[in-house]
Design a protein around this ligand. Structure first.
Ligand SMILES: Cc1cc2nc3c(=O)[nH]c(=O)nc-3n(C[C@H](O)[C@H](O)[C@H](O)COP(=O)(O)OP(=O)(O)OC[C@H]3O[C@@H](n4cnc5c(N)ncnc54)[C@H](O)[C@@H]3O)c2cc1C
Length: 420
């Protein structure tokens, strides 16, 4: 009988993992995927749609079921509610209609790629006064405000404090005070361009803030030494060491360091927090992120893997890290089930790989592992990073996450070496 692989969550990490597992095991396992929705939310490109006045609910939700079906993978539309680690079972409720009875499903291998909760509900004043881009609903709300109601006042863009998970069982990883600061940097550049093009001001309207000593710390010193002067020479404001957000109100933001910022439009990235049912499990760190090594395997329950934002080692919470992790998970499962699988498996080599929009068809590209002690550090700005960002979206949608093994290395080569 074929071994059963259960993948929880089907956005970037889950879809990529499910498709790579099918490919790597050559169909030798039965794969089931559970997600509460049946489309990929293509989060990294939501801001581009908003600035172009397109509703991301129409353009950034890609159905994935036909891709799973083509691999013979089963899909369950359901809400995962609990993990019974000891009995190798997952408890879920089908989510198509209200009132469904709870069910459970067993597994031989479990891949947890459920992402996180984005805790806007813990930021006082967010629902009334805050805006963001982290899903298509919020993106569309921000689009309506920007294009219909924005009066030309100050704009603040930044992150609340991230609480990184801790456990003595984790590999040594650097500590971050914000979950992912590529997005605030990207939004700052592109909103500055949007203001200029719409004759509503320019970069001088915009202040980017961070809870940390320095924004996008994980980009490493060499990139930041180039990036921060560019941000200030373009006219953007910059505020650091906010510690976190105390509350939003109509006219601005109050921070935990006692300072405040005036803002008509407040664009917020919150704390990334694990789902409640992940807290206190024997596989979880003190916050509820899944403990793994860099082979993405739990040390106490080797049948359990995790990839993407749900994994504790995924810091910053970047889709590109989740992608490399999904590749390693697929190889690890193939090694377990195929007696003739002799490929060498390398652990994930953590790095920041980020393609950001800057407006006007231009973008920035960061490729660095300096934060983890490596010596790669590349920053490029121009048309090529934007083309690579758009190219990745098109290929991801077309191939349903099944990006060929040369796809990412080719993008890195182009990003590192072609400056236009
Ligand atoms: C504005 C913005 C821009 C970004 N830009 C970039 C970028 O340029 N490059 C980059 O690499 N990264 C970027 N990121 C980060 C990237 O979007 C995330 O790292 C990535 O989405 C994480 O993927 P994931 O699959 O791990 O989690 P998620 O995308 O959060 O997916 C989790 C999945 O699990 C499902 N799920 C959750 N709970 C349950 C449940 N209880 N039951 C059933 N299903 C459930 C969800 O429906 C979802 O499909 C950006 C993030 C933001 C917010």
């Amino acid at each position: 009988m074929k071994k059963k692989v259960l993948v929880l969550g089907c956005n970037f990490a889950g879809l990529t993992a499910a498709r790579f597992i099918h490919k790597e095991t050559k169909g030798a396992v039965d794969i089931t995927v559970i997600d509460r929705k049946n489309y990929v939310n293509f989060i990294p490109n939501i801001p581009i749609e908003v600035f172009a006045n397109r509703n991301p609910e129409d353009t950034m939700e890609f159905p994935f079921q036909h891709h799973l079906k083509s691999d013979g993978t089963e899909f369950i539309l359901g809400n995962v509610e609990a993990l019974d680690i000891g009995n190798k079972r997952v408890i879920y409720t089908p989510s198509e209609r209200a009132g469904a009875a709870q069910e459970n499903i067993s597994y031989d291998f479990l891949v947890i790629s459920l992402g996180c909760k984005l805790t806007y509900d813990k930021i006082e004043g967010f629902s009334e006064f805050g805006h963001t881009f982290t899903d298509t609903y919020q993106g569309n709300k921000t689009r309506r405000y920007l294009h219909k109601e924005y009066k030309g006042g100050p704009i603040a863009v930044g992150s609340d404090r991230f609480i990184q998970g801790q456990s003595p069982k984790l590999p040594d990883i650097p500590q971050a005070l914000a979950a992912c600061e590529g997005p605030p940097v990207e939004i700052t550049f592109s909103i500055g361009d949007w203001l200029t093009r719409h004759k509503k001001g320019g970069p001088e309207n915009v202040t980017v803030f961070t809870p940390a000593e320095v924004i996008a710390d994980d980009a490493g010193k060499r990139i930041l030494d180039q990036l921060l002067p560019i941000v200030s020479n373009m006219g953007f404001g910059y505020v650091n060491n906010t510690v976190g957000i105390k509350r939003l109100h109509k006219d601005g933001i109050e921070f935990l360091n006692g300072k405040s910022l005036e803002a008509e439009l407040k664009i917020i990235l919150p704390n990334w927090e694990p789902h409640d049912f992940m807290k206190g499990l024997p596989i979880s760190d003190d916050q509820g992120f899944v403990i793994t090594d860099w082979y993405m395997q739990n040390p106490d329950y080797p049948e359990i893997f995790s990839c993407g934002d749900a994994a504790s080692v995924t810091v910053p919470k970047l889709g590109s890290l989740g992608h490399s992790e999904a590749e390693v998970v697929a190889k690890m499962i193939a090694k377990e089930v195929l007696s003739d699988y002799h490929h060498e498996i390398k652990p994930v080599q953590p790095q920041v790989l980020c393609f950001g929009d800057m407006g006007h068809g231009k973008g920035f590209y960061m490729h660095t592992n300096e934060w983890w002690g490596g010596d790669t550090s590349v920053l490029q700005m121009g048309y090529m990073p934007y083309m690579l960002k758009m190219g990745f979206k098109v290929s991801y949608e077309l191939l349903g996450g099944n990006v060929p093994s040369w796809g990412v290395p080719v993008s890195i080569f182009a990003g590192d070496h072609i400056a236009i």
